[in-house]
Ligand binder design. Structure first.
Ligand SMILES: Cc1ncc(COP(=O)(O)O)c(C=O)c1O
Length: 424
């Protein structure tokens, strides 16, 4: 065995000698354009979204065109966008909403914020909702399902939407981690009744914080607007609710900032470049992998649709996954198993103690003890064995805007080497 073949963890030469750059998506390419857009708004002293020439209104129009939906609403976060979308489609106290056991905790938190109860379902090798488990978890109280496209990869949308339609459920797509992703020729976010984007620091495009709600349904849109701002119908100026057809109700305030909207408009103008670069990195990685391999890939319904920020491989067992993790780290590739008993990952349901223990912000115990709720959802840390098994065997390789294709190829070479030594 040559020094190159010997694993670095055993004293061989590491594949990666110069560190692979860290970074994210949109924020890593913030430049003079964003700085100018933000300072222009500040100089204008016009910082309210219901005003002539509103940045938020312009972003909404541009984002709607980008996605191909009729209505878009900017709010102050992705979580708020999910809350507005859920309330928009009619979710509320007494309802159950199915969410995956692998998502940022905010997806389930948004359900609770509407007064509904989250029902947490298994993910499969797509690392997204398992359509069979979604169907198994439907009760007479189920109102909606929230497929979450994690780490840039669309879920099995066709099957999930089919299950939802069969049972007359609403679908709210959580696209927070898959902004700009596509599925079978259309953008994710256009398959359900409503969808949410996050614009936070880690997302495809970003203004630090922010979110967008998408829908083609005028009623859903109006309800989302009422949810986002109790004064929404009353603002003068460019108010899209002037010709509303629903009676307003009172909810929260999730109004967005004009400064962030201005920044986000610039980021949106860069989204195709961001997606192209990320996808070129992922393709370089995939193209460099040896044909002979012992691991399998995450299931992709549409291999061309993801945003290119990650590639996940699934090995035979958890111990091997941990062995791969340590060996790859020694080769100079920062990679981890998605679930590993130790690290409290806020993206895995078994760490959502506040939800698993049904901790309510109020002595009434809502939403679980809400008098409108007649179901009996139960949670436990090990209730989704399939999810924990698959995530425990999955290793995720991340790509970012500061990397070159050569960096991605080095990551692949490290995986080839480790798989040849350990994969068997
Ligand atoms: C899958 C998913 N859903 C929802 C959210 C919530 O978005 P935000 O942080 O903008 O509220 C996030 C953010 O990290 C997310 O990753």
């Amino acid at each position: 065995m040559t020094d190159q073949e010997k694993l670095a963890i055993d004293g061989g030469s590491p594949v990666v000698t110069d560190p692979i750059p860290s970074g994210v998506s949109g924020p890593s390419i913030v430049g003079d354009e964003e700085i100018k857009a933000v300072t222009d708004v500040l100089r204008s002293q016009q910082l309210f979204r219901y005003s002539e020439g509103s940045q938020a209104a312009q972003l909404e129009q541009e984002a709607a065109e980008f996605l191909g939906t009729e209505y878009t609403l900017m709010v102050n976060s992705g979580t708020s966008a999910i809350i507005c979308a859920l309330t928009g489609v009619g979710v509320g106290p007494g309802d159950e909403v199915i969410v995956p056991g692998y998502t940022y905790i905010a997806t389930a938190a948004a359900v609770i914020a509407t007064g509904a109860v989250p029902v947490i379902a298994e993910v499969d090798e797509s690392l997204g909702l398992d359509p069979a488990d979604v169907e198994a978890k439907i009760t007479q109280y189920t109102k909606a399902v929230v497929p979450v496209h994690m780490r840039g990869v669309p879920v099995r949308l066709d099957e999930i939407v089919a299950v939802a339609r069969k049972h007359n459920l609403k679908v709210v797509e959580d696209c927070c981690q898959c902004v700009g992703g596509e599925y079978k020729g259309k953008r994710v976010g256009t398959y359900g009744d409503a969808a949410a984007w996050s614009l936070n620091y880690y997302k495809t495009i970003s203004s630090g914080e922010g979110g967008l709600v998408y829908t083609n349904d005028r009623d859903v849109y109006e309800r989302a607007c009422f949810t986002a701002d109790p004064g929404a119908p009353m603002w003068t100026g460019e108010n899209p609710l002037d010709d509303r057809r629903n009676d307003p109700f009172i909810s929260q305030t999730y109004r967005p900032s004009e400064v962030l909207a201005a920044m986000c408009r610039v980021q949106l103008s860069k989204i195709e470049d961001i997606l192209a670069h990320q996808r070129s990195l992922k393709n370089a990685f995939l193209g460099e992998l040896d044909e002979a391999r012992a691991y399998q890939f995450q299931h992709l319904d549409d291999p061309d649709g993801d945003t290119g920020v990650s590639a996940s491989v699934i090995v035979q067992n958890k111990e091997l996954a941990i062995g791969f993790e340590h060996a790859l780290n020694a080769e100079g590739v920062t990679v981890g198993t998605i679930y590993n008993d130790g690290f409290p990952d806020r993206h895995i349901y078994s760490y959502w103690d506040s939800i698993l223990e049904k901790r309510s912000p109020h002595p009434s115990g809502y939403p679980w003890k809400d008098p409108n709720y007649h179901g009996n959802v139960e949670y436990s840390k090990d209730m989704l064995p399939q999810t924990l098994d698959i995530l425990g065997r999955s290793l995720r390789f991340d790509f970012n805007m500061n990397m070159t294709e050569e960096h991605a190829r080095q990551m692949a070479r490290a995986l080839n080497k480790v798989d040849a030594a350990l994969g068997g």
